[in-house]
Design a protein around this ligand. Sequence first.
Ligand SMILES: O=C(O)CNC(=O)[C@H](CS)NC(=O)CCC(=O)C(=O)O
Length: 261
Amino acid sequence: MAHNLGLCRQVIQKAIAAGAKALFLPEASDYIAGSAAETVSLVKSVQESEFVLGIQEEARRAKLPINVGVHEPTSGGQRVKNTLLWIDEAGEIVQRYQKLHLFDVEVEGGPIMRESDSVEPGNSILPPLNTPVGRVGLTICFDLRFPEISLALKRQNAQIITFPSAFTVPTGKAHWETLLRGRAIETQTYVLAGAQVGYHNQKRVSYGHSMIVSPWGEVLAELGGEDKGPEIITADIDLDEVQRIKILMPLLRRTDVYPEV
Ligand SMILES: O=C(O)CNC(=O)[C@H](CS)NC(=O)CCC(=O)C(=O)O
């Protein structure tokens, strides 16, 4: 976790140097463990996590809002929560989303993942949050495959949806860009997806390819799939463009035919 905090501090320095108004870090930025037991044994509350306290301190010092994926304890203690924190420019945690969909998949040509062995799923979609860069809807990684969350956030007037991730390599190659662009096109929002890249341990490697997609579905910025150390991508978020696309192509739902989500 100390190592990951060091990497995140480098990302934060790059974001500050680039003049970023907000920073979107990946899912599980605090750690990715080698087993379910290790995931549970490493977890700390945000008050006791050096990782979270360190990110809060950086946010406060730089007056930079930071969206970061971490693990948090559950009340039972058997499993953890996979959560996404919004830390505001004063360093305060002002929003906390708990991942709804857990990745229990035997990836063809890849690992067998059973996230639910160590993670307890969340139970709610949070209303988009007002931030200095726009109204942000929070989701995590595998949630990307369930358009219902994104559509619910669109209905609640999200202008940006974030998909912090640690995708597997085979599923990333097959689906990552298509899913992100699909979500951006159908929700007419900016899609921001900070992604982990490279090896976490001998068994686990992440696809990378952090991406920023416009409300028209255009890839505005993208990283590669090689671990070159901490990197960032940036884009201008133009909230008028969100409005313009909605007017240009009104997507009026037939909620008389199918349920509204
Ligand atoms: O393990 C942790 O501590 C953090 N969690 C993750 O990395 C999660 C669960 S294993 N990864 C995904 O959801 C990948 C989804 C994916 O690759 C896909 O949808 O294709």
